[in-house]
Ligand binder design. Structure first.
Ligand SMILES: Cc1ncc(COP(=O)(O)O)c(C=O)c1O
Length: 358
């Protein structure tokens, strides 16, 4: 009955029959709390003319820019209508194949693979969410593809790079696709794009990125994937011709130049994360070791976090439930890191919940 994704809080209130307060703070969608970059807002009025012609179906200009950013070739890049479209296309590309999802993870991988009649299995990580590549390597023999999300949604944990590299190398040896979803990567971490070398020759590696999180443009829909040109060509054949609209293409080009905005975002997120973690320690909340702009949280005194979720919602704080994340099943709540004011309000309500249970 609960909505399967964050954002659109009224669905969550409706499904739980909780009256929605006049003002709510939405912590359920993990978007940049600054909102879209100023440069995009300033250029928006000029964008109107773009809707009078068809968008470039090959996204040539943005593809060039992305390839340059990754030190790669344009033939390795495919722009899509949000990461979500690319996940669906990868699912179709894997039609009828044996797929394993490293869980907990974003629910769309399973949706996409099931609707493409794949055989889906899970590789569930223990709480703490450390990635040991060995058991996965052992399973590869019986698999056609593995989905790995890092930094991980919903935990915020980034998997150790050496372990990921081991998986990349083994997947190539065993001819198993490895799909790495980095929707929250470079932008929220102080890191440069990577896997450039592997992408040149490896036919089994697929990297997915989203622009909607960092640039707070989920309504526009924009993402891209990188893979071997053979894979890109095969997936492009499955994609509707003009699926990425002209406004999204324009926004993507503007956003990629916004280095100062990205830097300021990372600084805000880091500072707020530290502040929140100190508060959680002091008030005995347990949290995941997130590296990005969201985290998992639980009150260790409750086996089920539903009462806390209801309390927060009645007080205008909207978390993301974790009922549909295999391996979490409601034992945690997920929160975005928002502005300082919003995080302070969250802490206030969490402190008042604590004082109730004393
Ligand atoms: C891990 C992950 N990948 C991909 C997506 C899809 O992002 P987009 O908005 O680009 O479709 C999401 C959205 O929540 C996500 O969390």
């Amino acid at each position: 009955m609960l909505p399967s994704h964050g954002s659109n809080p009224h669905y969550l209130y409706e499904s739980l029959s909780i009256e929605q307060p006049e003002e709510t703070l939405d912590f359920s969608a993990n978007l940049n709390p600054f909102g879209p970059p100023k440069a995009l807002i300033e250029k928006w009025p000029d964008a109107f003319d773009l809707i009078t012609t068809y968008p470039d179906p090959h996204a040539t200009s943005l593809t060039k820019k992305l390839a340059a950013r990754h030190g790669s070739e344009e033939s390795h890049v495919l722009v899509g209508n949000g990461g979500a479209e690319l996940i669906t296309l990868v699912g179709r590309f894997l039609f009828h194949k044996r797929v394993c999802i490293v869980q907990p993870a974003f629910s769309e991988y399973e949706e996409a693979c099931r609707s493409a009649e794949c055989e889906v299995t899970y590789h569930k990580l223990e709480e703490g969410w450390r990635l040991d590549p060995n058991p996965l390597v052992e399973k590869m023999n019986h698999l056609d593809a593995i989905f790995l999300c890092t930094p991980n949604n919903p935990t915020g944990v980034s998997y150790d790079l050496e372990s990921v590299r081991t998986l990349i190398a083994e997947a190539e040896k065993q001819d198993c696709y490895l799909i790495i979803d980095e929707a929250f990567f470079a932008d929220f971490l102080h890191k440069e794009p990577r896997y450039t070398v592997e992408l040149m020759t490896n036919r089994n590696l697929i990297i997915m990125r989203s622009l909607t999180k960092m640039f707070a443009i989920p309504g526009l829909r924009l993402g891209y994937m990188m893979a071997h040109p053979e894979v890109i060509r095969a997936i492009k054949k499955l994609k509707p011709h003009w699926s990425v609209n002209a406004l999204a293409l324009m926004a993507g080009e503007i956003c990629l130049d916004e280095q100062a905005y990205m830097k300021a975002t990372r600084k805000l997120i880091e500072g707020e994360r530290e502040k929140l973690q100190l508060f959680f320690e002091k008030h005995r909340y347990i949290y995941s070791r997130s590296t990005v702009n969201f985290y998992l949280l639980k009150d260790p005194d409750q086996t089920d976090q539903a009462p806390l979720m209801h309390y927060l919602m009645k007080n205008g704080i909207v978390p993301r439930h974790t009922e549909n994340f295999p391996g979490l099943e409601g034992r945690w709540l997920r929160f975005a890191i928002r502005t300082s004011y919003e995080n302070d309000r969250l802490m206030e309500v969490l402190a008042s919940w604590r004082s109730l249970s004393l």
